[in-house]
Design a protein around this ligand. Sequence first.
Ligand code: PLP
Length: 389
Amino acid sequence: MKILEKAERLKKLPPYLFKEIDRKKSEAQAQGIDIIDLGVGDPDLPTPPHIIETLKKSAEDPANHQYPSYSGMSLFKETVAKWYQQRFGVKLDPDSEVVSLIGSKEGIAHFPLAFINPGDIVLVPTPGYPVYHIATLFAGGESFFMPLIKENNFLPDLEAIPADICAQARIMFLNYPNNPTSAIADLDFFKRVVEFANKHQIAICHDAAYTEMAFDGYSPPSFLEVEGAKEVGLEFHSLSKTYNMTGWRIGFAVGNKKAIEGLGAIKSNIDSGAFQAIQLAGIEAITGDQACVRHMNEVYKRRRDIMVEGLNELGFTVDPPKATFYLWVEVPSGFTSAQITSRLLEEAGLVVTPGNGFGEPGEGYFRIALTQKSDRLIEALNRLKKMTF
Ligand SMILES: *Cc1c(COP(=O)(O)O)cnc(C)c1O
């Protein structure tokens, strides 16, 4: 039957990561089990009030009711450029080197459409945020997976990428601080990436969604801080995690003019920009009091410390992350990621994400998102104490 036969690009989709977990979670809930969900990376606390106030006021202004500019309001792009200068010491031209996004996922998903022809190769970290691979598939490209393993501090081994792959690759995705491993990258690594990009003529897409979620005095760098980075790449940013704004759908991409122009050309033919009231709220988030960000980081740090200490006492192996709200926990020996995930749900009512769901090298791990209050985390640990591994 030809009618509504799915396109090849949908048939090629890997199974939805949370589908099986969602099914088991609903089953457990139906049995009346009290679930502690440490699965999804979505902040549990509300958006700070001053940002909501700005949205309310801006929503009432008819000037914001019409189509916005495709690439973002001038004030939004200028605000982003100023923030990059202050935060990272990176100079950006607001007109040609910044574009607003309807969440950074939107920009990441659209980017390959601008630069990938059928059969082109995209270098994709694994385990990783699933959108890099799916966006590649949608553009007709092929992913070459770069394993992120503990021995390499969860950084891709650039030397290990075969020469013929380097020759055919057009884009490399990177993401530091990293989801799901919570690994970080320093400027030295980014320098090597820029050299690699120049040598092989590969564009770099750095997903920087977690640069503002860091602890212990650590301040994650921007990829664009490295000399020559802007000649080879761009960076995706999001207000979602920093300001508890996942539902608002606002982010931005910055960097190379040609990259921003290409992404903008795709977007202007698909969407019509972000609601101006939300852009104005985003400006308030970036320029307003940053006490809310410091507060959130203290909250996550406390949760991290409770969980890391508790898990290590119970015989799990997990290092305290310097950034992100994820713990990348080694599965006790004798279990697979899927087995431990099932046992945690069935015997303790805990939802965690199996590491292999983010890609095969994630086997042997599970991911905990620190998106529950401390007392729930302590409850989770108490339940774990009653289990034997
Ligand atoms: C949450 C997340 C994003 C996207 O967030 P948006 O809400 O679309 O801005 C992007 N990359 C990673 C790695 C994430 O975890």
